[in-house]
Design a protein around this ligand. Structure first.
Ligand SMILES: [Zn+2]
Length: 225
């Protein structure tokens, strides 16, 4: 976990997205696509909105990671990217009227005064080295190694309601984790009685409220186990 220092501004339009930026986007869609994460673009030869300066999108080194507005996981992801900016070669992040920049690396999140509030996406800029070399596997490895890269809670409570089975990639992700911890569970993306039973056992073991429902606390505890 290190902080990236030093900012490389955009010098001109390159005509294409860089490999590392495409890799970051591919990782993002794989990790957060099921939770509403979208690709809002990489290469775009233009100025920063409301400014005369060239945007990093002009060099294909900036990713706009689309996020559903009002869900906590976007901020969690932004914090994780900042904490690992050194390893990942991230030089600037903007989200929800806040900016972190490698021009002021140790000042944390500062107010962003640009005309676009960036509520519906994370604008993430890469250094030239990262833009050339970063791979999706490297992002996953970096965020997994430290325990901060666990998937964010999907924003809905996973629960078993007889007669109305909840299904989805979020259910599968959680089941996979439980199976990885050695629990007897079918990884089928359907939250049935077996999943609820595993959730209750897990909650009991962790000293959490035992209700068989996977909310934010149980979800997070699943990856801290
Ligand atoms: Zn952007």
């Amino acid at each position: 976990m290190t902080i990236h220092t030093g900012y490389e501004p955009a010098a001109g339009c390159t005509g294409q997205s860089q490999q590392g930026a495409k890799a970051l986007m591919a990782w993002y869609l794989g990790a957060y696509g099921a939770m509403g994460g979208k690709n809002l673009g990489i290469y775009n030869c233009r100025n920063i909105a409301g400014s005369q300066s060239l945007s990093l999108h002009s060099e294909g080194r900036a990713c706009d990671l689309g996020v559903p507005v009002g869900q906590g996981w976007a901020k969690t992801l932004a914090d994780a990217l900042l904490a690992h900016s050194g390893e990942l070669g991230i030089q600037l992040i903007i989200h929800d009227r806040k900016v972190w920049s490698a021009r002021h690396p140790f000042d944390g999140w500062r107010d962003y005064s640009g005309s676009n509030p960036h509520r519906d996406h994370l604008h993430v800029e890469l250094s030239w080295k990262a833009a050339r070399e970063l791979s999706a596997a490297a992002v996953q490895a970096e965020l997994t190694l430290t325990g901060q890269g666990f998937p964010a809670w999907p924003g809905r409570h996973l629960r078993h309601t007889p007669g109305h089975l909840m299904r989805g990639d979020d259910v599968r992700t959680w089941q996979q984790r439980m199976a990885g911890l050695g629990r007897q569970i079918a990884v089928d993306g359907v939250y049935g009685p077996q999943s609820a039973g595993v959730a209750r056992d897990f909650q009991q073991a962790k000293g959490l409220e035992v209700d068989g429902v996977v909310g934010p606390k149980t979800w997070a505890a699943s990856w801290q186990a």
